[in-house]
Write a protein that binds this ligand. Structure first.
Ligand code: ATP
Ligand code: MG
Ligand code: ZN
Ligand code: MG
Length: 480
């Protein structure tokens, strides 16, 4: 990829979040992630090109020096900042505009700075392309997987019902989504196969912005409301149409017709296996057992409570979910307990604005930043140092609550010596049919979207927390 010879025809719209828009290269396994601004600032960018460059460099540094150390570098691709020709960026923005979902168009792509983050395309992993069958990639935005400790919270309900489940009521009542999702992060992070299976089933049912499936680099399943604009994109039948060839001849299926339910169940099983085995270390212990703290079950989850008492083994040590959960749990005080410490930092910065750099609240995100948050004293000694350390920890936890997991699955690629790796090829079908083996997939797991959250977002988090909890308690009161 030559940066001075960029052609918008080599790139296509790939997806977007709240903060950035992503385009993928049509041949190379690369994406460009561009910043977005509120549409009202479109004539007047909120920052200079230098500031945009710094912002993206901060993202790279935060990902490589901080998040990758906490989450495990094998999961993380931090990418690099690139300077693109402005004409290319303008043409690109015109080209992708018609593909953007309407509800995301309150923001526009940054066409002024020419800066972008270049990353490997995790939905078209080049390493796995030795198979003829396009890889299936599943993106999960798991959100927060634990309940806050009762010590720091003012409303009892927060230690019983998880943030995601409460937030669903708020999102529906504010019109953000039409229907509630019955996904509960505590089920996904439970380590119990049955609960995880149930959680993924709910993500499929109501993907919102927590679940997407890509085939050969193209999104084939996402939320209808918030997704690709394609009317069929969250149609279960169309998903089954795509999945069926990958799962047809496994498990000794005598009948030519395999039910949709069985296909879906196999698919979820493969995904859950990848999530549990992603540590790569082979077995080992389980993470901190949270059962004693009584913080592993959310009262709003529809997963049968009795069943959930059995078999919650905890997550395998080093699995991707366990790494993410442990990083999320750096938020040990909850926003309510953290807020006074934020105020302590803020007051200090008001008195001594020049110390902003020394305290590294806007970076640089280097070794020293990581050390500061890792060497936090156990008790509050009333110092600024303690407050800064806790604020750093909280911001890192916020990033871990907002990241996505990408699981790339390639069928049969573990049979490295086989010629016929294509799942659709007749020899392989026959062989699998005769040997009645379960579908085998090789997988690779990555974590994406690891941007630092700004210090200023902390007061917003507190007010959002109030709104979500009040809305939930009102809903509960109305239901009785
Ligand atoms: P959010 O609103 O979740 O914070 P964001 O604006 O920070 O999102 P990302 O989540 O990084 O943006 O990217 C938006 C989407 O683009 C992702 O959900 C994913 O589908 C896709 N994407 C991002 N990075 C990659 C990558 N390296 N490879 C493939 N797809 C990617
Ligand atoms: Mg995202
Ligand atoms: Zn829940
Ligand atoms: Mg993000």
């Amino acid at each position: 990829m030559e940066l001075d010879k960029m052609d918008e025809n080599d790139w296509r719209y790939h997806g977007e979040g709240n903060k950035s828009l992503v385009v993928s290269h049509v041949q190379l396994s690369k994406v460009l992630r561009l910043l977005k601004y509120p549409a009202e600032d479109s004539e007047n960018p909120p920052q200079t090109a230098e500031q945009a460059f710094r912002q993206i460099q901060n993202i790279v540094d935060f990902s490589s020096n901080v998040m990758s150390r906490l989450l495990g570098d094998k999961f993380i691709h931090s990418g690099e900042v690139v300077k693109l020709p402005l004409e290319f960026v303008r043409q690109l923005s015109i080209k992708v505009q018609p593909q953007r979902p309407a509800w995301r168009c309150d923001k526009v792509m940054d066409i002024y700075s020419g800066c972008a983050l270049c990353l490997p395309n995790l939905t078209a992993p080049s390493l796995l392309q030795h198979s003829h069958t396009p890889p299936l990639c599943v993106e999960i935005k798991p959100k927060c997987g634990f309940l806050p400790s009762a010590k720091h919270i003012s409303r009892d309900i927060k230690s019983k019902v998880c943030r995601f489940c409460m937030h669903q009521h708020y999102k529906v009542s504010s019109g953000r989504w039409k229907r509630r999702s019955l996904y509960c992060p505590l089920d996904l992070f439970s380590g119990s196969r049955a609960r995880m299976h149930f959680a993924v089933r709910q993500l499929i049912e109501e993907p919102q912005n927590n679940f997407k499936i890509f085939k050969g680099g193209q999104c084939i399943y996402s939320s209808k409301e918030g997704g690709s604009g394609d009317e069929d994109s969250s149609d279960l039948n169309s998903l089954l149409y795509h999945l069926r060839p990958y799962f047809l001849y496994a498990n000794n299926r005598i009948h030519a017709h395999v039910s949709g339910k069985a296909v879906l169940s196999d698919f979820i099983q493969v995904l859950v296996n990848a999530l549990l085995n992603s540590g790569g270390g082979g077995g080992g212990g389980v993470t901190t057992d949270r059962r004693e703290e009584g913080r592993t079950y959310c009262e709003a989850s529809v997963f049968n409570k009795e069943r959930s008492r059995h078999g919650s083994q905890g997550l395998p040590h080093d699995s991707v979910l366990s790494r993410i959960l442990n990083t999320q749990m750096l938020d040990s005080l909850n926003i309510e307990g953290l807020y006074p410490l934020y105020r302590r930092v803020e007051q200090h910065l008001r008195d001594f604005p020049k110390e902003r750099n020394a305290l590294q609240v806007d970076g640089p995100y280097n070794e020293a930043f990581l050390e500061h948050l890792q060497k936090c004293p156990a008790e509050d000694d009333g110092s600024l140092d303690f407050a800064v350390s806790k604020v750093h920890q909280y911001r890192v936890a916020m990033t871990a609550k907002d990241c996505s997991i990408m699981v790339a699955l390639v069928p049969g690629a573990d049979d490295e010596h086989d010629e016929d790796q294509d799942v659709l090829c007749p020899q392989r079908r026959l062989r699998d049919f005769l040997s009645s083996r379960p579908p085998t997939f090789s997988y690779s797991v990555s974590i994406l979207d690891l941007d630092p959250k700004p210090l200023d977002s902390i007061p917003l988090q507190l007010s959002l927390d109030h709104k979500i909890v009040s809305c939930y308690t009102r809903t509960l009161a109305a239901a009785v």
